[in-house]
Design a protein around this ligand. Sequence first.
Ligand SMILES: Nc1ncnc2c1ncn2[C@@H]1O[C@H](COP(=O)(O)OP(=O)(O)O)[C@@H](O)[C@H]1O
Ligand SMILES: [Mg+2]
Length: 373
Amino acid sequence: MILKRLTLYQFRNYDNETVDFHEGINFITGKNAQGKTNILESVYYASYGKSFRNNKDNQLIRAGDEKCYFSLEYSHDYGSSIIEVKLLQENKKEIRINYQPIKKTSEILGEFLAVIFSPDDLKIIKEGPVLRRRFLDREISQISRNYYHYLIQYQRVLEVRNNYLKKHSEATCDSIYLETINEQLIENGMKVMMKRMAFVEDLNGIIEGIHHEISEEKEVLKIQYVSPIIKQKIRDYDKMKEVYKGLLDSKLSVDLKNNYTAIGPHRDEINIFINDKDLKIYGSQGQIRTATLSLVIGVMKITHEVMGEKPLLLLDDVFSELDDDRKNKLLEYVKEYQTFITSTDLAGIDFDKISNFQIFDIEEGKIRRRSFQ
Ligand SMILES: Nc1ncnc2c1ncn2[C@@H]1O[C@H](COP(=O)(O)OP(=O)(O)O)[C@@H](O)[C@H]1O
Ligand SMILES: [Mg+2]
């Protein structure tokens, strides 16, 4: 996909800007707090239906204004499309795809494809499992609306179960009612886990090679999905279901005590290893950075493969963190995708080696295309 034109109206610190992008690499540069990341935020919104910064929609409206609007005109294998987003102060939003309003935000998934890498993503490896699960969920949702559906269903049933656990003790709990809840939980939970496992497997097949190339080291990067429901090598659907059910039953008294369901995809782990060592424990800053980058590029390749369209690559502020060699190596890697790179500093980039690029200077919410480079 190629983002041709972006319009921002009262979006964050933008008044009314329209910009035409290059089909190759777009460097977005400027001092701090000028609006560089805001541009990526609007672009990513169109692919995910919400901000990657996890803010409330009304924070995207320029302070003091009642509404904001942004639109993306883009081309893909079958022609061209436009996505328009209008956000109102009362947390209402209207999204239109090719001038047709959509009813549910999830309808946006899979329409416009973008993969993002921001400094916050470094936490995916370093911090707790919540962010790793969220990373998987976000990326799988983009390539499978079904997945998103099952995930939401799972979360709903889980909430019902947890509420029931809160209100009851072993003496008062109705085992037949709980059985029906468990069945729904298992049904949706299994779908979520199977998809996650398949995705992690695909990712594993891809990241090793990418990581070798980017890190220029003989490091082996691996990712692993860990769940008590998956017993070692057993990947059989029915067997997993049995284990799942058994665990829910055997943990029931603990769950009733804690008012919380201890087992399920909402508690599973995703481990990331370099040379068989757990990165979150043993990884250096540099290793974590390149590993995250490898993961993101891996996700991009899978998205491309599954959807049959090239996603956009959005790299927020990662350049300042890389040495010159790695910067240029990365550019070499991404040049077949339309890429957006924000950075305060373009020093060290070998512009002679990349022919397909454009530089945009950002200052206080104004975007200027640099005419000679
Ligand atoms: N809702 C908003 N209304 C007006 N200005 C905003 C809003 N949200 C963020 N900003 C402004 O946007 C700027 C930060 O933009 P950002 O894209 O994060 O900067 P950077 O160029 O460092 O990436 C700051 O000046 C901030 O005050
Ligand atoms: Mg920024």
